[in-house]
Design a protein around this ligand. Structure first.
Ligand code: HMG
Ligand code: MG
Length: 302
């Protein structure tokens, strides 16, 4: 099993989509550049969704225009439908993500249709994206619980994951949208989905609402998952998942990987500095223990 972990940095998208105070376009670009300079190779740069649904992402094209889309980094964007794909292709995007759910109620609130309808909607989007040479990731939200329906059967998660994989999504990200997971459920989730799809095609995406995100990442890594979504400074939340808090912090995942002897190619100090910078712009403290420990050490002059 490889000892390399790919970190998918979702802060500039999942992190900023829920911020009451939107970050200026130039600051988003500055954040993404800092993250790229830290060694992160996959950075979600925005979402080509309805600007009415998520106004914080309305400037995604302007952000993309400032990035080098054919360089060493990949900058995926969320695409909810064919209109989003047309915008992505016009912007020169090479990586998209479609986002389904394991719960009909969440799907309805998030993208205006149930899960079955969303899969029908995504099929031509994925086909066209792949024909245009894009990589496609598929998200499954609410894999460990739904804010509206409560318990979500793991068999349903596996079914939606398989449907996305079969329509052409190369990677499936399993999203604990409301942060209700724990290591035991993480183990059951991964075993259930891995019965249908190879571990190498799975990513995990944990929110830290109940403080379990890092423990869940640890469990997933021990089971052989090698792609982890995280957000600098623990930014994040979903506008359609009331109460959901930030993603697991990239800084904390880096420290965990170091401790487990896994490499990431990412410089912790550089990510932490990007996190301090963006937290200052947003007027808050970074939601990362590793970041706080680094700051304390710096202040102590150690
Ligand atoms: P709708 O209102 O049903 O769409 O929204 P519609 O097709 O009826 O169109 C309504 C209007 O929106 C029209 O404009 C369209 O042109 C426009 P009008 O004619 O009224 O002026 N429109 C668009 N504009 C720009 N770009 C587009 C687009 N599509 C339609 N792509 C829709 C349906 C899916 C578009 C909407 O509900 C939407 O954009 N939802 C996105 C919600 C979202 O971004 N949620 C957060 C991301 S998911 C998440 O965070 C979870 C994740 O992190 C994993 C995890 O944690 O679990 C990924
Ligand atoms: Mg999320």
């Amino acid at each position: 099993m490889s000892d390399f972990v790919t970190i998918v940095e979702v802060g500039p998208r999942d992190g900023l989509q829920n911020e009451p105070r939107p970050l200026a376009t130039a600051d988003k670009v500055a954040l993404i550049r800092r993250l790229a300079a830290s060694g992160l190779k996959v950075i979600e740069a925005g979402a080509l969704v309805s600007p009415r649904a998520v106004p914080q992402m309305a400037d995604t094209e302007a952000v993309l225009q400032a990035l080098e889309l054919d360089g060493a980094q990949r900058y995926p964007v969320l695409v909810p439908n064919e209109k989003g794909l047309q915008r992505a292709l016009a912007a020169g995007v090479r990586d998209i993500a479609v986002f389904a759910a394991a719960s009909d109620s969440f799907s309805q609130k998030n993208i205006g249709c149930d899960v079955a309808a969303s899969l029908r909607r995504y099929r031509p989007v994925v086909e066209q994206a792949r024909a245009a040479g894009c990589r496609v990731r598929g998200y499954v939200s609410c894999v460990m619980g739904c804010p509206y329906e409560g318990v979500v059967p793991l068999a349903r998660v596996a079914e939606v994951s398989l449907a996305l994989a079969e329509m052409g999504c190369g990677e499936i990200s399993l999203g604990d949208t409301i942060g209700r997971g724990n290591p035991r459920l993480t183990r059951e989730l991964i075993r259930t989905v891995a019965a249908e799809l190879p571990l190498s095609r799975l990513a995990v995406h944990f929110h830290d609402t109940w403080g379990m995100a890092l423990a869940n990442v640890c469990q997933a890594l021990e089971l052989g998952i090698r792609t982890v979504d995280s957000a600098v400074a623990g930014l994040g939340g979903c506008p359609y998942a009331p109460g959901a808090s930030g993603n697991v912090a990239t800084e904390d995942v880096l420290v965990l990987c170091q401790g487990l002897g896994l490499s990431t190619g990412v410089d912790l100090q550089a990510v932490a500095e990007a996190g301090w910078w963006v937290s200052e712009q947003l007027g808050r403290a970074p939601a990362s223990r590793a970041s706080q420990a680094l700051l304390a050490r710096q202040h102590a002059g150690a």
